[in-house]
Design a protein around this ligand. Sequence first.
Ligand code: 5RP
Length: 226
Amino acid sequence: MNEQDLAKQRVAQAAVQRLPAHTRLGVGTGSTVNHFIDALAASGKPLACAVSSSEASSQRLRALGYAVHDANDVPALDWYVDGADEIDASGCMIKGGGAALTREKIVAAMAERFLCVVDESKCVATLGAFALPVEVIPMAREAIVRRFAQLGGRAVWRQVNGQAVVTDNGQHLLDVHGLRIDQPLALERAVNDWPGVVAVGVFALQRAHVALVGSAQGVREVAFAA
Ligand code: 5RP
């Protein structure tokens, strides 16, 4: 395991310790969350219920014995735990590197509090060095590419071996390079209004309340002002 992965594991364990027993839990997606799911199962801490943000996390939870509820069957969640690709000093994030941004927003919005679990490399002064993921309806893809070009961004269709990456919702992804996102809330609201955008990976409306940041030195907690 490399140093970054060790930091992810450390922060995942701290997140499990921080959660009260019998939490109504929203579970995010990604390698840090995979460590979190494993640590949660190892801890034996009971949950009131779990809702997941991706097929991958649902599968991992079920394999470890957790029942995963349909979001429609759960009125509210206490905590949402997820990683991020970048997080700034106010708790705004870029997410979606793992293609799950739309469901992540849905589940995060159901939760009273968002606990973000990251290694130190994800903490930035200004969002945008990580290419911004955007889930799009396929027929709108090139129109959205042109919209981002007007903002100075270069949107690239996410493909693997020449095949479009398809999200759990059956849609496609753009990754937008070259944006300096110094007003995350304004950008999120603007892009949300573009026809064909399913979700943009700026999380300012659903920003983190608390972050646990892992490094070689240990884990520090950051609480963001309301
Ligand atoms: C998935 C996400 C992840 O939270 C983000 O990509 C961070 O992933 P990792 O924990 O693997 O570094 O937004 O859509």
